[in-house]
Design a protein around this ligand. Sequence first.
Ligand code: UTP
Length: 611
Amino acid sequence: MASVAESLSGLDIAGGDWAASAPPGLRSNLPALSPDQVELAKMLVETGQSRVFEHWADPGVDDDRKKAFLEQVARLDTSYPGGLASYIKTARELLADSKAGKNPFDGFTPSVPSGEVLTFGDDNFINFEETGVKEARKAAFVLVAGGLGERLGYNGIKVALPAETTSGTCYLQHYIESVLALQEASCRLAEDGSGTQIPFVIMTSDDTHARTLHLLESNGYFGMQPSQVKLLKQEKVACLEDNDARLALDPSDKYKIQTKPHGHGDVHALLYSSGLLNLWHDAGMKWVLFFQDTNGLLFKAIPAALGVSAIRQFHVNSLAVPRKAKEAIGGIAKLTHADGRTMVINVEYNQLDPLLRATGYLNGDVNDETGFSPFPGNINQLILGLGPYIEELKKTGGAIKEFVNPKYKDASKTSFKSSTRLECMMQDYPKTLSPTAAVGFTVMDTWLAYAPVKNNPEDAAKVPKGNPYHSATSGEMAIYRANSLILRKAGAHVGDPVMQVFNGQEVEVWPRIVWKPKWGLTFSEVRRKVGSSCSVSQKSTLLLNGRDIFIEDLSLDGALIINAGEDAEVCCDKLSQEESSKCTGVSRAPYLSFPLFSSFHARHSTLCAFI
Ligand code: UTP
């Protein structure tokens, strides 16, 4: 290792000694720094960051804090592809573009890409679902859960929140149980009869890592093998305080650079550097599915969407929902540049309309004969073909094109209300793909596929009428609605919803119907267990916890919870008001007992039955 004297002697910049141009606080401390620390200090001075040293005390004072500062700089430097200098350089370019109001898609003409529009429950849908379940054993699931959830204002982690209050199942448990149900169903269909463990990755951040691990460990990984689950922690990036990309110091600690999350786009670089992708590939895996922390409906859409990826051989398949023209949700569009470049990508709604108008579509984004925009709404759940994904990441290392979104103080755009940072989004992955890549989409009904929980109740109550609340209330109600509609489609009679106001939000309240993923993973599976004599009134609560529960003849006007063990088969039949309610349990597991229960045909929502 070079001595400090050697390090300093080789560090001339622009024909002069860089140290001479460094602030006095840094200069006087240089002899106490290691050569590596000197290199980092030099990099900061050269990139116009001298201000971070201006307040440095004389040697002997605050030395530990100075050391900690340089350790943080080293972490920020190594965790960003190309280092901190590259981060600052990109930031300057993007901040200049932002100040100039440049549209990142200037020069591109949008058109509608190729995709699959599915109708829930028809033969086509069932066929895709079947294929998807078969493919699931060759898939890995990646949950991005490093976000701060500022809009929700909850001080815990979002995946620990209950998706609904009937069973109280939290998001993480629901996701894990869904993956396990897929694993079981997929392995049952495997021609060679082989079992598999579907890998489950969670991207965390400093804000969520410890609490996510604790949630898993204190709940026995919700039934998953701990070795199946991998946590990858993303690092934050430095905050910037002005258009010159000067690093912002933490207001409460001048020896610390303020940092913020870089966005879910980090997941690609993390997966690449983890080495997991190659391991999966060697194990015969074919797909990687990316999803977000609070969408209680997603797994209702996964089997069919995975089937679409497999049948249409999509390298990238974005899950989407019908989108009204100009609705505040990104649209999936094919963009073609005058110079021949093309990409299929999410275009934010406020960029799509002007882009269309600028390229010959005089009315911009308008609904077509279906009553929706031809550009489907991106819900940020992606299915990538593993082979092409690995090939692409070999070229890019997983780096995703970034953006910056400063909140300016005024129209002069010279200063920010608060510090900003570069961000990247996982759905921007296709931006660097070659035009020959098969990038498509799968559209499903919103009621089936998308109900994220992002907004706190106060903000949700202020959402203009007709727009989604995206709150815990609407997320929960969407689960009951989806389950009710699925049962209806399967032939059951399900009461009409009533409108009710919770936390200032008017929502449809359907019967509180909830089932574990292993009960109804696909529509065919639900249809097999429900009959046309099954009826559930609006004020009822029905919770099905077990795989082989058959409710062909259930007539429910109250509350019913059925907990059935692994090898139990439970049939509810001939339940009417006249006949005292009866449920028969057929147990093949001798240690389970199924006491018959009565009076669950209750008028009021009380817990009436347990098995
Ligand atoms: P959101 O858009 O919901 O952002 O992220 P957020 O940061 O969680 O919430 P707000 O904006 O502060 O209110 C979508 C998904 O991406 C993950 C989130 O955990 C969520 O699953 N995410 C977001 C990350 O994993 N890392 C990030 O840096 C940001």
